[in-house]
Design a protein around this ligand. Structure first.
Ligand code: AKG
Ligand code: FE2
Length: 132
């Protein structure tokens, strides 16, 4: 069960040795990228995280927010998330629920940012759980 209130989640993080806040301001310049990863920082996590695009359209090229879904017994699937300035992408931290012929299962998700080719790209990453 996920807690209904953020304060309860944070209490749980602190009880499990995760006291450090995790929101991030990220700035990428030409040549910068963010390797595929999961923002898991201890045993406690909240299943969704937010990425807020701060940069205006046209202020950078490249730099696509990219999700990779590792499906059990299948090849990985990739999805590029288009976000414009002021928009928020809500993405899975670790698991994506899937409905199939035999019922529900989950895929492991990772996300990253492809290489920025020109300009500057800035985002705000909001991860709701704290880190160890
Ligand atoms: O800059 C981005 O689009 C994503 C950054 C990231 O990895 C995150 O917010 O967790
Ligand atoms: Fe991330």
């Amino acid at each position: 069960m996920w807690p209904a209130h953020h304060a309860t989640l944070i209490d749980r993080c602190h009880a499990f040795g995760q006291p450090r806040p995790t929101p991030l301001l990220l700035r990428y310049r030409a040549g910068d990228y963010n390797c595929l990863h999961q923002d898991l920082y201890g045993p406690i996590h909240f299943p969704l995280q937010a990425v807020v695009m701060l940069s205006a359209e046209g202020s950078y090229t490249g730099g696509a927010l990219t999700l990779v879904e590792n499906r059990p017994r299948m090849q990985s699937r990739v999805e590029v998330v288009p976000i414009c300035q002021g928009q928020i992408a809500l993405i899975p931290v670790r698991d994506k629920p899937r409905i199939g012929a035999t019922g529900w299962s989950k895929s492991a998700m990772r996300h990253g940012v492809s290489t920025v080719l020109s300009g500057e790209r800035q985002t705000l990453g909001i991860i709701f759980h704290d880190a160890s």
